[in-house]
Design a protein around this ligand. Structure first.
Ligand SMILES: Nc1ncnc2c1ncn2[C@@H]1O[C@H](COP(=O)(O)OP(=O)(O)OP(=O)(O)O)[C@@H](O)[C@H]1O
Length: 476
């Protein structure tokens, strides 16, 4: 068969180290055995069913199989949240492996994209094999692909757009996993086509759950929530990625607790107060200069020490939020201005105070929410001290693992591939604490009018506001 002539696309495949191998293939029976060893379930499933049919009877076996299928279906319908977390990734990965990433269909896609080699003596296609499929979310698959000899990362990254089109996917990104194996992330579609509306301001403090503040939607349509007491949150995102929505959406979701003195906002905004000025009446303290910021952090640290002493005196391990012991929420817009770009003395002092608050604040109702454009170690030395880390669109692939932890990008957190335009602002990833899989979400968009509405509804009464650092609007 003169197959090379029927597939001219194969001919232009250039391999720098072309070595002539024998055109004789390993015997079919051994190839068959290897295949079954790699796909044990293919034999095991029918074998188990046949054995069960013989030993316990056809009807009971059918009943067991149907009940299992029914249980899985009911689980998915009745409790989608746990199903999406625990069952769907495995089931989806198995399904996709068999329908998209193996056999003739996969080989044909690679041949058409110039990523498979065809032996021109035998006509046999030598296609890179998919060793592992993960499907953490329904729109993202991550594959480990063993490349064929002579291929490299550059060849694949040069063909990723063709591969995306051939797979009918929105985007494909490729990185090196280990020698000879690439991690290929296939983003099948972009799930958020419209902005998510701002969360409604709850009517009163009783209806606010500070452990589940609704700040957007995840890609399954479930609320994307943030927990505050006992947690610190780091949000990284390039300029224009929508960090503002993750400042204001939580504040709207907790609105009445600010008004009622259950949450005190300590806001540091060293970009001249530009982002936060609009909400200043909500703030307990507002610092817009490095000196004010250090004074603010010192005051928060001192309050934390008072609480620690109170806890030690009364033998308490945790505190409950109350008007006597409100949640002190330190909100720092552009953390890098405090931790990297300032005067050396200020940076050192700010880092010292921040590290103290981050390491000791959680038990005594002191939480920090930090926002940063550039998440590298030089800029945010303290990033590991934030238990909740959120990555909006970033400009470099290395930033993803810096924020979300090693291997997050490879598991599908393609935050560097989020386009930096308005249609994609507010989209990002967070790692699910239990399954360790990335979850894609879109934060709710909060407009200036909605910030004004929040201020009108939830600014604490004037007497309750302590302007010990910078008076409202001062310097901002
Ligand atoms: N969640 C969102 N959904 C839709 N659009 C959004 C969302 N968040 C922000 N935007 C839009 O994206 C634009 C940039 O947002 P924003 O100012 O919050 O970015 P940023 O990350 O804070 O940038 P910078 O670091 O430069 O301040 C805004 O004009 C806003 O309209």
């Amino acid at each position: 068969m003169a197959r090379p002539h029927t597939r001219p696309s194969m001919r232009h495949l250039a391999h720098r180290d072309v070595v002539r191998h024998s055109s004789r293939r390993v015997g079919g029976e051994f190839r068959c055995l290897t295949w079954f060893a790699r796909n044990p379930l293919f034999l095991l499933t029918p074998t188990v069913l046949i054995v069960a049919g013989v030993y316990i009877g056809l009807v009971p076996t059918t009943v067991v199989v149907l009940s299992l299928a029914l249980t899985v279906t009911l689980w998915g319908r009745l409790h989608p949240r746990t199903f999406d977390r625990w069952a769907a990734p495995t089931l989806r990965a198995a399904w996709r492996r068999w329908t998209s990433y193996r056999g003739g269909r996969w080989a044909a896609v690679l041949v058409d994209c110039g990523l498979a080699r065809e032996d021109h003596h035998t006509g046999r296609v030598d296609a890179p094999r998919v060793m592992r499929v993960r499907s953490a979310t329904r729109s993202i698959d991550t594959l480990h692909v063993r490349i064929t000899r002579g291929q490299d990362l550059t060849l694949w990254t040069g063909r990723n757009e063709a591969l995306a089109d051939a797979l009918g996917a929105h985007r494909v990104a490729v990185t090196r996993h280990r020698p000879g194996v690439l991690a290929v992330v296939v983003e099948r579609r972009m799930p958020f086509t419209l902005p998510i509306p701002a969360p409604a301001i709850p009517t009163d403090s009783e209806t606010v759950d500070l452990t589940a503040l609704d700040v957007g939607d995840d890609e399954y349509g479930h609320p994307f929530t943030l927990a505050l007491p006992g947690r610190h949150v780091l949000v990284a995102g390039a300029t224009g990625s929508g960090k503002g929505s993750l400042i204001w959406a939580p504040l709207r979701a907790m609105g009445p607790t600010i008004r009622d003195g259950l949450v005190r906002l300590h806001v540091i905004d060293l970009k001249g107060g530009a982002e936060t000025r609009r909400g200043a009446p909500l703030f307990h303290r507002h610092a817009t200069t490095p000196a004010d910021a250090i004074a603010l952090l010192t005051a928060v640290r001192d309050e934390m020490k008072v609480r620690q002493a109170h806890m030690a005196e009364h033998g308490l391990r945790r505190l409950a939020v109350s008007t006597d012991m409100p949640l002190d929420l330190v909100l720092i817009d552009e953390l890098a201005m405090l931790t990297a770009y300032g005067e050396r003395g200020d940076v050192r002092e700010a880092l010292r105070l921040l590290a103290e608050i981050l390491t000791q604040g959680r038990a005594c109702l002191t939480s920090v929410m930090g926002y940063v454009q550039e998440p590298s170690k030089d800029v945010v030395d303290v990033r590991e001290l934030f238990p909740t880390r959120i990555c909006l669109g970033v400009t470099a692939s290395s930033h993803v693992d810096m924020v979300l932890g090693d291997g997050a990008r490879e598991r599908g957190a393609l935050a560097d591939a989020i386009p930096g335009d308005l249609d994609h602002a507010g989209i990002g990833y967070v790692i699910d604490q239990r399954s360790r899989l990335p979850i894609r979400f879109r934060a709710a968009l909060v407009t200036d009018d909605e910030i004004d509405e929040l201020v009108a509804a939830c600014a604490p009464p004037a007497g309750q506001v302590l302007h010990s650092i910078a008076t409202r609007g001062e310097g901002s």
